[in-house]
Structures are given as C-alpha cells and as structure tokens.
Write a protein that binds this ligand. Structure first.
Ligand code: ADP
Length: 501
C-alpha cells in the first residue's frame, strides 16, 4: 500500500543535502537536516525545517553514525531517509537498518545495493546479462599467487581495484610483474582502511579510454527507462571534474547499444530507483561495463537539464511506491549540458585538497546556468570531508553554446578563502582539444601542467586579505532547531570587491 512521504531526513551534508531539501520543499515535504559539530552553520542546516547535531567532525562520529541518524529519524518522526551520495548511500546494512526501523529508504532495496554496489559482484551480474565487462579476474582475488595467474590470461598493464571501491581508492595501475607485489599489498590495505573490506580484483587496463555512463530510473512495478548518457572522461586521479551530455564520441548506433546494455543489466536484477551504469569506451568504440552506482550521482544535474526531469523527485516517488509517470518515448532530450566541479584543491600541487574559511563567493547566474553549492561565506572547508565546493552546470542548444556559457560562468565565479580549481576548469573548457572532442581519460595528465594557468591577480588578492578582516559574522544556533547566520560587511569592503571583481 502506498503511503505518502511527508517528512524526510537527509543523511548528508553540503550541496547534495541542499539540493534534496529544495525538491522536498517543492513537493511540500518537511525536511530534517543532520550535521557534525563543525558543520552547524552550513546552508543545509539553515534550510531544513529541523536540524540535529550528530557529533564531532570525523565522519565515523557524525555522517556515518548510523545509530544517531536513526535515533534522530525516530525523534523527528520522519517517514523516510535520503542518503544523498557518498557516506551511507551505498551501504546495504544501513538501508536494511532504515527499513527495519520502520522508515522508507530512498534508494534501491538492500539486496540490490549489495549485489550491484559491490564491483566484483556487479561484474558477474553484467556477464549474466550478456554485457561485455573489462577482461579480468572472474571474482575477487585472495592472494598474490591468484593475482599472478589471473594476469597471465589478460596480460599487462592491469588495474587492481577494490571490490567495495569508490573514489579511486584502492586502485593501482600495474605495468609489469615487478610492480605487482607492492601494488597488491597497498591496494588491499588502502581498501581495508577506506571501506573496511580488503577484497580486490584485477582488470585489463584499457589504453586511452573514455568514461561514459547511463542514467536509469526504475520503479518497483517493473518499469524502467534510461535518461541518456553522460561523458565523464575529464578526470584527475581517476576522479571526474567535467561531465557532459550527450557524449560526442558516440554515434546513434553506439549510443543505442549502450542504452540496451545498461537496461539489460537492470532488467536482470529487478532494480528500483535511480541508478547509473558506468562503462569504459575504447578507441575502437567498443564499450565495457565498469560498475553500477546505486544512488544519485554528483553529475545528475546534467541529465536534469537535458530531460527536464527532477531526479530527486522521481527517487522520492519511486520510494513511495508510485509507478513512473512517463515512458521511454516521453523523454525528450534537448541540447547539451556540461558541469564543472569546483573543488577546494590545488591544481599546482598535485590537486592536494585545501582547507580554509570561505571569505567571499561571487556567484554566476544567467540563462541556462545552474549553481549547486552547500557553502556560504564564513563556512569552514575542513579536511574531514570531500573537497567539492560547488558545481556549475550549464545548458546550451549546441555543445559550443554550452561550452561558451560555462567558460563565461567560470570566469565570473569567484571563491576566496580557500584554494580552488576554478581556473583549471576554465582552462579545460577553453582547450582546443576539449572543444574539438579529442580527449580521453588521460587528457589532464597529458595536457596540463601548473604553468599553463595564469596566476591570480595580485592586487585583488591583497585587497581580499585586507578586506576579509572586516567581515564580521555571527552564528546563533538553537539546540535541535534551526541555525541562523548573519553576515555583515562594511560598505567600503563590498564596494571594493565589486570594483575589482
Ligand atoms: P571508482 O569507483 O573508484 O571511481 P571506477 O571503476 O569507476 O572506480 O573507475 C574510475 C576511473 O578509472 C574510470 O572513469 C577510468 O578513468 C579509470 N578506469 C577504471 N577502470 C579502468 C580500466 N580497466 N582501464 C582504464 N581505465 C580505467
């Protein structure tokens, strides 16, 4: 029986929590935010109808603290929990605990998270569906000796990957037998530290590939559709920075085969809710299944721009037991969309994450521009969580129009107080090879070096550090309730910023 969801606890922080709350508000659903002690002043806390502090900053004590999250869901009389991405989003044990606690988990069923969220097991599912996977070990490999025999069949170079993996953690490229022992040990120990699970498997390393993924939606009544593809080949350290749709490397035949493969995998599992099937495309246009993400992706707004479908709204309706209200033929793909991930990291220093206090954000807006951020002036960017500060997503009738729009939006966007990759994103978007569509996942590694970026304007930076000391901001939190934050700055300072930016 369908029960309308009236209140949702969002078990996440930052931009994705803000984004989920926004859709809930549009749907007339009450929202409950949770946060760590250092996140008390973040916008998601202020935007939600209620907010509760989970504990100290480390994720284990806060956003991964399942007991506390469930306790606050109960206390706030929430009907459902939305996990966002990262943290507990692909934790089948958590999904189970949510359901056992009497709440709706906004995501797939725990069994589907377990079989498709685990990479080695998802490869088996894809093989059963007749979808090509990257050649590699049948399952996980328990010992160095087993790794040696698996690699004998596929040849070097190979990638060692963590089965519970994500975020490139545990991934090691191995070029020759001499590198295998050390790589095997370090892959396992990194996987153990990151996921509490040291199972690894091996894949053939595909040379010069592109990363292409398919967004799907499936309800619990057996209806499923795809919402097109996204290309995410611009990466650093196997992590995406720029994502776009459609993928210009695919022709209609290639694109349709990819959709069929994605839906084929979903069909064999009885999956429900939103999900993304990731593939790797080789230089000959052959694609191989990589993994499935059983949650919302960071880059989902690109798909929303092209289809006009709010993916969070659909997630909530599906979790509530509704049937999809549209079929494949209703989906109308329009124009091009591109996203840039703006991260607190230093492109001049191996993309090392950076910390600081946000002193100023100058937003970009205009026709076809969407900004998603979970931070405001005064907020602390700490080393406890991921480095994503904001996302700029644009839409254009053509790829060129979209690229020009993103380039201009990146140029006027400013963040002060923490080092970031804004200039790098603009450099990529303006790069001739990127504009021509001639790139693969090695684009940054091959094309970028720190001397390619112009330095930040000296005069402006000096002014900001002088002006920043004039910012006074106060924070006033009521226990268990909403937090308020006021930012006031002298007129002198604001005028100066406007003049120079
Ligand atoms: P994670 O989930 O840790 O991010 P993925 O399996 O999604 O790992 O891979 C991340 C990126 O690593 C891919 O987008 C691609 O750039 C690269 N990659 C993964 N597998 C291969 C492979 N077999 N050959 C070449 N590159 C790969």
């Amino acid at each position: 029986m369908k029960k309308r969801i009236k209140k949702i606890l969002i078990a996440n922080r930052g931009e994705i929590a803000v984004r989920v709350i926004r859709t809930c508000k549009e749907m007339g659903i009450h929202t409950v935010a949770v946060h760590s002690e250092i996140d008390a002043d973040l916008p998601h806390v202020r935007l939600a109808d209620e907010a509760y502090c989970l504990g100290p900053a480390p994720a284990r004590a806060s956003y991964l603290n399942q007991e506390k999250i469930l306790e606050f869901a109960k206390y706030s009389k929430s009907d459902a929990i939305h996990p966002g991405y990262g943290f507990l989003a692909e934790n089948a044990g958590f999904a189970n605990a949510v359901i056992r606690g009497g709440f709706v988990f906004i995501g797939p069923r725990p069994a589907e998270i377990a079989s498709l969220g685990d990479k080695a097991s998802a490869r088996q599912v894809a093989m059963r569906a007749g979808v090509p996977v990257v050649p590699g070990s049948g399952g996980t490999i328990a010992s160095y000796r087993k790794a040696v025999s698996a690699i004998k069949l596929i040849g070097y170079p190979v990638l060692l990957k963590a089965s519970a993996g994500g975020g490139g953690k545990g991934m090691r490229m191995v070029r020759s037998p001499g590198e295998l022992h050390a790589a095997f040990d370090s892959s396992r120990s990194e996987a153990k530290a990151a996921f509490g699970d040291d199972r690894v498997y091996v894949e053939k390393y595909i040379q010069s590939p592109r990363h292409v993924e398919v967004q799907i939606l499936a309800d619990s009544h057996g209806n499923f559709i795809h919402l097109g593809e996204r290309e995410c080949s611009i990466q650093r350290r196997h992590q995406k920075i720029i994502e776009e749709s459609p993928c210009i490397a695919l022709d209609d035949n290639g694109r349709n085969s990819l959709f069929e493969a994605a839906l084929g995998i979903v069909r064999t599992t009885g999956y429900s809710n939103a999900g993304t099937l990731e593939f790797i495309l080789d230089q000959d246009g052959k694609f191989y299944f990589l993994e499935m993400n059983t949650r919302l992706q960071v880059e989902h707004p690109v798909t929303e721009f092209r289809t006009g479908i709010d993916l969070v709204r659909e997630q909530i309706l599906i979790a509530q037991g509704e049937k999809l209200s549209f079929s494949q033929s209703d989906i109308d793909f329009r124009g091009y969309s591109i996203e840039a991930r703006i991260c607190a990291e230093d492109p001049a220093n191996s993309f090392a994450p950076c910390t600081g206090h946000l002193k100023l954000i100058q937003h970009s807006s205009g026709y076809g521009i969407r900004e998603e951020t979970g931070f405001a002036i005064g907020n602390e960017i700490s080393s406890f969580y991921d480095s994503l500060l904001a996302k700029l997503i644009v839409w254009g009738r053509t790829r060129q129009e979209a690229l020009n729009r993103l380039s201009s939006a990146l140029e006027s966007y400013r963040i002060y107080g923490v080092k970031n990759n804004l200039q790098l994103c603009k450099w990529i978007v303006d790069h001739q090879d990127f504009r021509r569509g001639e790139f693969d996942t090695h684009f940054l590694q091959e094309q970028y070096s720190p001397d390619k970026l112009p330095g930040a304007p000296e005069q402006f930076l000096k002014l900001v550090s002088a002006g920043a000391s004039y910012i006074h901001f106060s924070s006033n939190r009521q226990s268990g309730g909403k937090a308020t934050q006021e930012v006031s700055a002298s007129k002198w300072k604001l005028r100066s910023y406007e003049h120079y930016s």
